[in-house]
Ligand binder design. Sequence first.
Ligand SMILES: Cc1ncc(COP(=O)(O)O)c(C=O)c1O
Length: 360
Amino acid sequence: MTGRPRPAVAVLPGYVPGRSAAAAAAEHGVQDAIKMASNELPFGPLPSVAGAISGGIEHLSLYPDHRATALREALAEAVGADTDQVAIGAGSAGLLQQLHLSYVGPGDHVAMCWPSFEAYPLFAALVEAEQVRVPLVDETFDLPALAAAITPRTRIAFVTNPNNPTGTVVPTATIREFLAAVPSTCIVVLDEAYHEFVTDPGVTDSIPLLADHANLVITRTFSKAHGLAGMRIGYAIGHPEVIGMIDRTLVPFAVNELAQRAALASLAAADEMRERVGSVVAERERVTGRLREQGWSIPDPQGNFVWLPVGADAADLGRDLERRGVVTRAFADVGIRVTIATPTWNDRFIHALADARPPS
Ligand SMILES: Cc1ncc(COP(=O)(O)O)c(C=O)c1O
């Protein structure tokens, strides 16, 4: 073997992204495959955001602001926090990796409910930590059980709200109870990648929780509701001391100039962003209604995706949908996650599903 990779890395499977429409089309010989596998927004950037991106091109010979100062200030104002409570990263995934690099070492524990975001175990494995996985109950995070699994060695506990892939939420009151039960030696990462899509009234603004819990870090992203997944930019909100620790592990200039400009412009167009989110939520409700009419039992979706808990049929159903030109995300032996897209694409999915698994 060339070089000597760290044993933990040598066995790391690496992140597996959602399959492209082109790959599925080539495999199954379909003409017009569509990708509903990565929870992306089905719209291009807003016009003002596109303008900010093209206007930034002339600055590309210079390094960006490593601290993304203007964006930190704008985000702090938008969420009602102080500037030193905000960190910017290369996607919220970048910030999650930074949290592991800053807080977790070999033999430490990282606790999560499962299934959840597939990158968490990879970050834990990277720093040679032990993963503690607590099963979901009714497709939902079981916070009392997660709290019970936390030990003096637990450095990070994830609360994913809404959860990916199941789309379920836990009420803010339950998160508050959980935080009260977690020792300050454990960072609680409240992953809110999809929070803009939540309509459940039991979920309220999580920022006020920070006042009582210095070990809480809320992570959010411009990839989902803002439709900027290709820009790779996310943010974390937490106690200034924790934010300082996260900042120490940011790769120099990892958040590029165009991403910073796009994020600032998208924040300034928050009303338009919310309008788009509203149309996705309306489609989510329509798709959910149609699926339930077809006899599917699915948990209440609160992100920009729906979850079919089909268990052992997941891989086969994913393949059968792909043969019909609809690329979804299959989680082996658990279920299928399908992104809410345009009405036309959503209808294609509904028809492909009815064709692949006719209602009985
Ligand atoms: C729950 C959750 N957290 C974090 C992320 C990472 O998103 P990004 O790195 O694009 O901000 C994702 C992406 O799908 C996700 O589903």
